[in-house]
Design a binder for this molecule. Structure first.
Ligand code: SOE
Length: 397
């Protein structure tokens, strides 16, 4: 019997198979091949509304079976975990039903479209956890080795006390006025625009890296192009528009300043209008003893400035995060042979499988997802009423 066959299975049903479904499939596939896991993820069922399209995707991505209604996988005894890769408007319903049916849940970010949904999901996750059923949010960037290293260095005190944080998430796939509408520009499906789609990532990473939460914000949301062509086709982040036009109902740009629970000021910018910036997720943390800086467009590098060094030879040091001692890296290639976007999804599956096998709460939990949602909600309220500062009492000790 092979070692893989000897491990207990973790049978997964994944709902959705577009961009995120493809990325998650790669995660489930790669995890047991590159990491030593206590249980074996089995890509059992792919769920999609169209049987033909779901079958074709299942064949391409490596899923054994197809269902056209997610409710059916909840009734099956041979499914242990439901992986939700559909637009945000479906997350709360599927996740709470799956947890109630005793299935572990992984849900793509942002966890929900509204604060009320996120609160209900977090409560459902608490109830389920009491019976050993776990829920996790797919803030995958936590699993980029350079970001995991940044968190470790902050926790070890390498840059001293966190004094200031600055984050940007810059993309350009909507910068062209002719880029078509999609579910991502529809508030009913996506909840918000740049704010929830990419702003959520930099809020979560601020929480993750600093170990603190955003405790209040002052925000501004703008929709720069009010109408776009209705899509004739859309895949990934691009598509072809027809002559018919329709409204954009989400923000294109989200900007907010904030304060962390430890008192440090923070600034955030999320936009899909930054021509030339494809996936520039940038974070810089300034501490009392130094700084850390990361840019996803150079994702195998973490820059560290140590203010204790001799000023004559000091300066930002580019740490090439490809050493076997770096987080996650030892299971991959020899030093210098970098990783890419998809590896975060493998690491996410690895961490989830290990936590479930150990009977532990995987992170980020739904409570962590709710914390991000509170910040998004505060930004919307602040931007909506043009108030100067919107406090988040739940994040104050
Ligand atoms: C589109 O902006 C998007 O695909 C996000 O939805 C993802 O979460 C991010 O990883 C990349 O950009």
């Amino acid at each position: 019997m092979s070692q893989a066959a000897a491990r207990p299975p973790l049978r997964v049903a994944m709902v959705g198979y577009a961009f995120m479904g493809r990325a998650h499939s790669q995660g489930w596939r790669g995890a047991p091949r590159f990491f030593d896991l206590p249980s074996e993820p089995v890509m059992q069922v792919l769920v999609g509304r169209s049987a033909d399209r779901a079958r074709a995707a299942a064949d391409t991505l490596g899923w054994a079976e197809v269902e056209t209604d997610w409710r059916r996988v909840l009734e099956r005894d041979d499914i242990d975990l439901v992986d939700i890769c559909t637009p945000g408007s479906t997350h709360a319903e599927i996740a709470t039903a799956a947890l109630a049916a005793g299935k572990h849940v992984l849900v793509e970010k942002p966890m929900a479209n509204t604060l009320a949904e996120a609160e209900a999901m977090a409560a459902a996750a608490d109830r389920a956890a009491a019976g050993g059923t776990m829920a996790m949010v797919g803030f995958t960037y936590r699993r980029v080795p350079a970001i995991a290293l940044a968190r470790d260095l902050v926790a070890e005190g390498r840059i001293g006390k966190v004094r200031q944080v600055r984050c940007q998430y810059l993309q350009d796939w909507l910068a062209d006025d002719g880029a078509p509408l999609s579910w991502r520009t529809d508030k009913a499906k996506a909840g918000s625009g740049a704010l929830g789609d990419i702003g959520a990532h930099i809020v979560d990473l601020t929480h993750f890296i600093t170990g603190q939460r955003v405790a209040g914000v002052s925000g501004r949301l703008d929709t720069l192009v009010a109408e776009r062509p209705v899509a004739e086709s859309f895949s990934g982040l691009s598509g072809r528009g027809g002559s018919e036009r329709g409204p954009v109902t989400v923000d294109d740009v989200a900007m907010f300043t904030g304060e962390l629970t430890g008192g440090a000021p923070a600034i955030f910018e999320a936009t899909r209008f930054a021509w030339g910036r494809k996936n520039a997720m940038r974070i810089e943390v300034n501490g009392s003893e130094g700084s850390l800086a990361f840019d996803f467009e150079d994702m195998n590098v973490l820059s560290l400035y140590d203010a204790r060094e001799d000023a004559r030879t000091g300066g930002f040091r580019r740490i090439i995060v490809t050493e076997p001692d770096h987080p996650y890296v030892g299971s991959w290639w020899p030093a210098g042979h970098g990783l890419g976007y998809e590896h975060g999804f493998v690491h996410q599956a690895v961490d989830l499988v290990r936590a479930l096998s150990a009977g532990e709460q995987p992170t980020p939990s739904f409570a962590d997802g709710l914390a991000v949602q509170r910040v998004l909600d505060a930004v919307e309220r602040s931007a909506g009423n043009r108030s100067v500062y919107t406090e988040i009492p739940a994040h104050r000790p």
